[in-house]
Design a binder for this molecule. Structure first.
Ligand SMILES: [Zn+2]
Length: 484
């Protein structure tokens, strides 16, 4: 502190990219000077948000019968080579270890780009009987992908933080239900705890996870009207269990292949979403559930009263801490204005200001970061008010972003309309579509990179007409967008 520059941030609405590049440095979230392309340093202000986000998802996974595990970061070549589609999908992105000490390795190792091929050979040892199922394991880890596109901090890197859950079920139906459970977990955390709206898409066949039968993804809309995939769940069926020989003896004595699913939660990307969606021209706005500091207390000094004020601040601090809040008392030498500026930049959701007048009147001056509103609450009602505020703040953040999302889903009735929206508006474009990869390629070429993101999951949207690209009878309504 004390080094904050009070030069305004770039305007977020006008120039989101400049705003993003500036806020991640100014709020001390990352350091980009590590010197290896696609690898960045997560500083405490960001790492703490990550830790809290991990906790939300890990708690939900634990509650739904998963167990945590840790597999090595290196994968032997012979494991990786077992499933053909998977190799095809990932081999271009793999980092290889070919040397150790002074000697070349006989067989190179790879850094996991994802852990199917690390975990499933062991699953084949562990699963013998239907009694061993379901097997539901996850790990919270980093994965490595040699991105050749331009990297962007937290959004596209060569190392990123995520959770991957890999489950094996007895029946296909159980696996389908697992995918639904993965969706429910994601919806609950994103919607109810982070205030992040999304579209849940079933990806088209050519854009599935390598080796999956069905892929479902959570797409969020960024302020620059581009979309980002932040979580996916895949129905793998028997693709991997056949390749890795994951078999069990069923109750009737027959040998069967396990029915598999995998679930990826992009923690780095969710952090990028929190920063980008909720932040404003004054800095970050971190949702209460993941805020490293949920409540900051700032004493308002007055000559001759400093002891009284500090005492009251400490009393309020202790009260909040006892209730389990992540609270901090900023007792530094800085003037109150500088403290306000600093904690607003860091996105602390609630600020309490305590001065002599407040103490005299039995009130606490309270500031809501989301609305930037200052008001007084009764000291006797402190805990009750904070409880109420945390809900109100989340609702406010979510409804702002829901409005954004709604306003940026547009229907295009024909190709001309479609190209016009793609060129001038961005966001999601809803079209009648033939489900053909060829038409998806046409879209990509003529719009400079728009992609068919898929069909909306969980809501049947009936087609009435023809594919707006080729004119053949439409098979589905799809959402098209430019993605990061
Ligand atoms: Zn078509």
């Amino acid at each position: 502190m004390g080094e904050d520059t009070e030069i305004p941030l770039p305007d977020k609405e006008q120039n989101f990219n400049d705003w993003y590049n500036e806020i991640i440095l100014r709020a001390e979230l990352v350091d980009l000077r590590y010197g290896v392309k696609g690898f960045i340093v997560y500083r405490p202000n960001l790492a703490t948000v990550l830790k809290q986000t991990y906790r939300l998802f890990e708690d939900a996974l634990d509650e739904h019968g998963h167990s945590i595990c840790n597999f090595p970061v290196v994968i032997p070549l012979e494991f990786f080579q077992k499933e053909a589609e998977h190799i095809k999908g990932f081999s271009g992105e793999v980092f290889w270890i070919t040397k150790a000490g002074d000697s070349e390795l006989d067989k190179p190792l790879l850094l996991r780009p994802t852990s199917e091929t690390a975990m499933y050979p062991l699953y084949a040892y562990w699963i013998r009987s239907y009694r061993d199922l379901p097997l539901k394991l996850y790990q919270s880890n980093t994965v490595y992908r040699y991105e050749t596109k331009a990297t962007k901090p937290l959004i596209r890197g060569r190392e990123f933080y995520w959770i991957e859950a890999h489950d094996v079920h007895r029946t296909f139906e159980d696996a389908v239900n697992q995918v639904k459970e993965d969706m429910e977990i994601t919806i609950d955390v994103l919607h109810n705890q982070l205030g992040i709206p999304f579209l849940l898409m079933e990806r088209p066949s050519w854009d599935r996870f390598a080796g999956a039968e069905h892929s479902f993804a959570f797409d969020v809309l960024f302020p620059d009207k581009e979309v980002l995939q932040i979580a996916t769940t895949h129905l793998l069926g028997e693709t991997f269990s056949r390749a890795f020989d994951i078999m069990f003896e069923d109750e009737d004595g027959t040998k069967k292949y396990g029915q598999q699913t995998c679930f990826g939660i992009g923690i780095s990307r969710i952090a990028a979403t929190i920063i980008s969606m909720h932040g404003d021209n004054y800095g970050l706005i971190i949702p209460f559930h993941v805020a490293p500091i949920q409540i900051i207390i700032v004493p308002i000094p007055k000559k001759g009263k400093s002891e009284l004020i500090l005492e009251k601040c400490e009393e309020v601090y202790q009260k909040l801490k006892d209730k389990g809040y992540r609270v901090k008392l900023d007792n530094s030498e800085n003037r109150p204005g500088a403290k306000f500026y600093h904690w607003e930049l860091l996105g602390v959701p609630i600020r309490l200001e305590i001065g002599p007048k407040d103490i005299e009147n039995g009130v606490i001056t309270t500031f809501r970061r989301d609305k930037r509103e200052r008001f007084q609450i009764k000291e006797s009602q402190l805990i009750k008010t904070i409880e109420q505020l945390r809900g109100e703040i989340l609702n406010e953040l979510r409804s702002r972003r829901e409005k954004d999302l709604e306003e940026n889903i547009r229907e295009a009735k024909n190709k001309e309309e479609f190209l016009e929206i793609a060129k001038n508006k961005g966001g999601f474009i809803k079209i009648e579509f033939c489900d053909g990869n060829k038409c998806a390629e046409v879209i990509k070429e003529e719009t400079g990179g728009y992609e068919v993101r898929g069909k909306l999951f969980g809501k049947e949207e009936k087609t009435m007409g023809n594919c707006i690209i080729c004119g053949e009878k439409a098979k589905s309504i799809v959402y098209v967008a430019k993605a990061y």
